[in-house]
Design a protein around this ligand. Structure first.
Ligand SMILES: Nc1ncnc2c1ncn2[C@@H]1O[C@H](COP(=O)(O)OP(=O)(O)OP(=O)(O)O)[C@@H](O)[C@H]1O
Ligand SMILES: [Mg+2]
Length: 211
């Protein structure tokens, strides 16, 4: 079973966008997919509710309840865990006995880089991650690769203690799709395809990490 945790110390960096898109991708592939929402604001759960009528629906689980692990159905193929802003490395450590991979989205701005660097360093230092039991990586999000600011930020992210496993570009498509309970993986238009391709290195990395 693929189990992925999305976490960051920083708010608004794309955790829920990443979590919903991962869940949608696997659900569209036909996998029984569960999205555990540990955020009291429940954005991921609301997204699941908006998606409930689709053949590729995703089962929402309230991760703010203590016993959420017991609520994961035995037939689940894929579990994605979304967490609220302000996570610490200790919060992440508590879930490392359960997940196979941890992802941290990072935005290409000096404030985000500054705030996330110590968090990423602390994650890289957790025993299960150091020993390679759990894979951990960064997703560069809302990238504008044609700008110097994004290019510089990408270079800085590459100096972080964890690998950058994908670069997702900034596009209104994410905002529109998630508002409808959908994802870019629910569309086949030419304009969407190049953004879907941004995710390929991430899916490859996840396949390797859960092999
Ligand atoms: N690649 C992207 N391109 C354009 N907009 C994006 C992208 N990723 C995220 N967004 C938008 O940025 C905002 C923050 O994203 P999101 O809610 O996923 O972040 P979050 O880390 O879950 O925030 P919070 O810490 O509040 O839970 C949302 O409006 C979302 O639609
Ligand atoms: Mg969120």
């Amino acid at each position: 079973m693929l189990k992925v945790l999305i976490a960051s110390c920083k708010g608004g960096c794309g955790k829920t966008t990443l979590a919903t898109h991962l869940a949608a991708f696997y659900a569209v592939e036909g996998k029984n997919t569960v999205l555990v929402d540990c955020d009291r604001l429940a954005s991921a759960r609301h997204w699941c509710e908006r998606r409930a009528g689709l053949a590729s629906a995703v089962l929402p689980i309230d991760g703010t309840r203590r016993n959420w692990r017991e609520r994961i159905p035995t037939g689940a193929d894929c579990v994605v865990i979304d967490t609220p802003a302000g996570a610490s490395a200790e919060d992440v450590d508590e879930l490392l006995d359960y997940v196979g991979a941890v992802l941290t989205p990072v935005l290409p701005s000096p404030f985000d880089l500054e705030a996330c660097s110590p968090f990423v360093q602390a994650i890289a230092g957790l025993t299960r991650i150091k020993r390679g039991k759990v894979a951990a990586g960064i997703v560069a999000n809302r990238m504008r690769p044609w700008t110097q600011a994004s290019q510089r930020a990408y270079e800085d992210m590459q100096q972080f203690a964890l690998p950058v496993v994908a670069q997702l570009r900034d596009t209104q498509g994410y905002v529109v799709a998630t508002g409808l309970g959908k994802s870019l993986f629910d569309y086949h238009a030419e304009a969407v395809r190049s953004h879907q391709d941004d995710w390929k290195p991430l899916f490859k990395w996840l396949r390797k990490s859960s092999a």
